[in-house]
Structure formats: C-alpha cells, structure tokens
Design a protein around this ligand. Structure first.
Ligand code: PLP
Length: 402
C-alpha cells in the first residue's frame, strides 16, 4: 500500500486512472509480486498484453541483445527487424503489408485513414465508416468517436465526422445502412467485443459482414487488438469464422508489454498508403520489433495458441460447473482465453476482493468479470483461478441474496 510519500508522488499524475492501491515490483510467468513481497496470480495479463506472462526469457533475451546493439534509428532508414516482423505477421494473418505504430489506438487511426483513402479513391467526398454499439477502439479523437460508449466520448466534443453507428451482431441493421447511405466505405468491428464484456457474435455474423463488404465495395476492418495474437485459440479471432479481412489491427499481445501496434492490409488496401500519407517516429523500431519477433517465436515453439484453446476450455468448463446454476449468474462467455462471467448486477467490488486474495481480475461493463490470463497458464493455475473466482462470485451473490 502506498505510504505518504507514494501518495504525494501519485498526485503528480493526471487523474486518468482510478488506480488500485498496489504497486508491483517483479513478475515471473503468471505471477507478480508487490513491493511488500505479496504474490498475485495475474489473470488479466496487463489487459491482454502479457500473453507470455512476465519476464519471459525469450523476450528478455531479445530485448537485452537488441538494446545492447541498437534501439532506434527512425523510419527514414530500413529496419531489418521490422521487415522480418512484417513478413511473419502477413503470413499468419493472410494480409499483404503492414504499418507499424506504438499502440492499439494508433493502429486503428491508421485503419481509419486507410478507409478514407479508399473512399476518396472511389470518388466518395465524405467517406463514412460503420462502427458498432459498445465497441472500443481507443482514446484518440477518431478512435473515441469510433468507440460506442458515450462515457468515453463525453467532454471531447466535437467528435470526428464520418462514422455511422450500427448495433453489433445485427446483419439486418448493416443491410439497412447499405441501402440508405452512399458514403459508407468500410466497416470497423471487433471479432469479439472485449471492453464491452467479451461479447461474441453469432456464428455467421462475420461471414455476413464480409459478404456485405464485398457487395458494396467496403473494406472489412477487424480490430484484433484485444482478441488477436493467439488469445482466442487461433492466431486471430476472425480465423474461427473463416473470413478474410481487408484490414487487421493489432497491438496489446504483440510486444508482450513493449509498446507496438500494427495495421495490416490486403490487396488494393495495402497499396493505399504512399510516402507523406502517414508515419510514426517510433513505430516499428528495432527494440519493439525484436520483442515482437520473440513473442512470435515463443507462441510457435511452445504451442501456446493450442494451450490458449485448451486452458480456455478448462477455464470455461470449470467456471460453468461452479457458477452456471447460481441465481445472479446470467452467462459465461468465452473464446480461448477471453473469458467473461456475466452477472445480473454491478460487481466492481470483486476486483479489490480478488486483489486481497492475491488474484488480478477485471470487471468491465459494470457486471462482467473479465479473465484474460497469460497464454502460458498451466492446468493447475487455471484450477486456482476457477476456485478463487468461483468462491468470490458465489460469496458475492450469496450476500445479495441474504
Ligand atoms: N481496440 C481494442 C479492441 C481494445 O481492446 C483496445 C484497448 O483496450 C484498443 C483498441 C486501444 O488500444 P490502446 O490502449 O493500446 O490504444
């Protein structure tokens, strides 16, 4: 817990976060230790970032070696690690070209700019992008406009023009937009809505969106920032649906904590960006790309995507067995290691209770307990998560009933 000194120091930070009263000093695998030496099981991975857990030897080694050699040169020059990473990301995603940046919001900004170039190339003067209710795409002005949550937008008006809102998982609504709007040039959608509470669309939804995109010349732009990099049990969550995207955005798990984002594009969309259109001083620098290459190596060498699928099933089944029958539990949703336990009521209090018991979880959308453990999580560690989360939720619901 922060002492007086810690409290004063924290006052120098802008109030963008309501932080929990704990500071971590060290991590190893799925475990974190706070400054007092207490150990925590991290079932959140820094919000879907540390898929390999903490202090993964491959990433540590790659970072140390790269830092000793060269950290940054800028994109005025070729960067070998960036080229190698680009090739591998294209191969695993079926995309043709990549733009590298430093965060998820930046990856989506690049996608939004691509959509506008695509629209103008088609003679649309005021191109619009369809975005979904309850979506989350970031905190920059364009991405908070794309985000379907008024709380994220309030206070930052005027919002950016050129977005049309549709309900998620509703093909009829998209068809109606297609009939009524000539300015639409793209759809930006999460294959699984993460911040909204692990909302998984019906089978067939993404295929339906793909068909509409093809019929109307729209780009299908998939935000895989939370759902990508193996977390869903496939490299990318949309691969479960067997669809191909025109644009894919990545960040979070790509660098295992080293800031890096990527906007990938296929076909004509991959050719839209020309010198002068877009850029980033840091984007895809040698340090970040070396970390991401080590992440890809580890995911492949240790079969971690397969592990995400198997441990995700175990986590889902374990929680289901303990909780599904309880009054107050609405639903348990999951795809790989994206897991949400949906309760009937606001349960934000569970985050601190879990912290006290040495477990890091998150509550999103007010009433969804969200679990995003590292992809390296073992069977025994999943069992610990199931037991602790099961007890916390059962206890919480019991109190309400009493
Ligand atoms: N898109 C999705 C689906 C996300 O979950 C997030 C972050 O939570 C973002 C975009 C924004 O990423 P960043 O915080 O790296 O800008």
């Amino acid at each position: 817990m922060a002492g007086t000194e810690g409290h004063n120091a924290a006052q120098s930070l802008m109030g963008t976060y309501r932080r929990l009263p704990v500071a971590f000093a060290r991590g190893e695998g799925v475990w974190l230790w706070d400054e007092q030496g207490k150990r925590y099981l991290d079932a959140l991975s820094g919000i879907a970032v540390c898929g390999l857990g903490h202090a993964h030897p491959r990433v540590t080694e790659a970072l140390c070696a790269q830092a000793a050699q060269l950290v940054h040169t800028s994109n005025l020059y070729r960067i070998t690690a960036q080229e190698a990473l680009g090739r591998r990301l294209c191969a695993l995603s079926g995309q043709d070209k990549v733009f590298f940046c430093n965060s998820g919001a930046e990856a989506n900004e690049a996608a939004i700019k691509l959509a506008r170039l695509h629209g103008h190339a088609q003679g649309v003067d005021a191109p619009a992008i369809v975005v979904m209710e309850n979506a989350f795409h970031g905190r920059t002005l364009a991405t908070l406009t794309a985000t379907g949550n008024r709380k994220v937008q309030a206070g930052f008006e005027p919002l950016v023009a050129g977005f049309v809102r549709a309900p998620f998982d509703d093909l009829e609504a998209l068809r109606a937009i297609a009939e009524n709007s000539r300015d639409v040039v793209a759809v930006l959608v999460e294959p699984v809505q993460g911040e909204a509470g692990i909302v998984i669309p019906e089978a067939g939804y993404l295929r339906g969106v793909r068909e509409l995109c093809e019929r109307h010349g729209w780009l299908l732009m998939l935000d895989e920032i939370q759902s990508g990099m193996g977390r869903s049990g496939r490299w990318l969550a949309h691969q479960h649906a067997g669809v191909e995207a025109d644009v894919v955005t990545l960040a979070k798990g790509l660098g295992n904590g080293v800031p890096i984002g990527a906007c990938l594009a296929r076909g004509a969309a991959a050719e839209l960006m020309q010198p002068g259109h877009h850029g980033s001083t840091f984007g895809g620098n040698p340090l970040a790309c070396s970390a991401a290459l080590a992440v890809l190596d580890a995911l492949e060498a240790d079969a971690l995507i397969e592990n995400a699928a198997a441990r995700g099933r175990q986590l889902h089944d374990g929680l289901h067995a303990r909780l599904a029958a309880l009054e107050g539990v609405r639903e348990i949703r999951s795809l790989g290691l994206l897991v949400g336990v949906v309760l009937e009521r606001d349960c934000a209090v569970l985050v601190e209770r879990a912290l006290e018991r040495g477990l890091l979880i998150n509550v999103t959308g007010g009433s969804v307990v969200r679990l995003l453990p590292p992809l390296i999580v073992t069977e025994a560690e999943v069992q610990t998560i199931v037991e602790t989360v099961g007890e916390l939720i059962a206890g919480f619901l019991g109190e309400e009933a009493a």
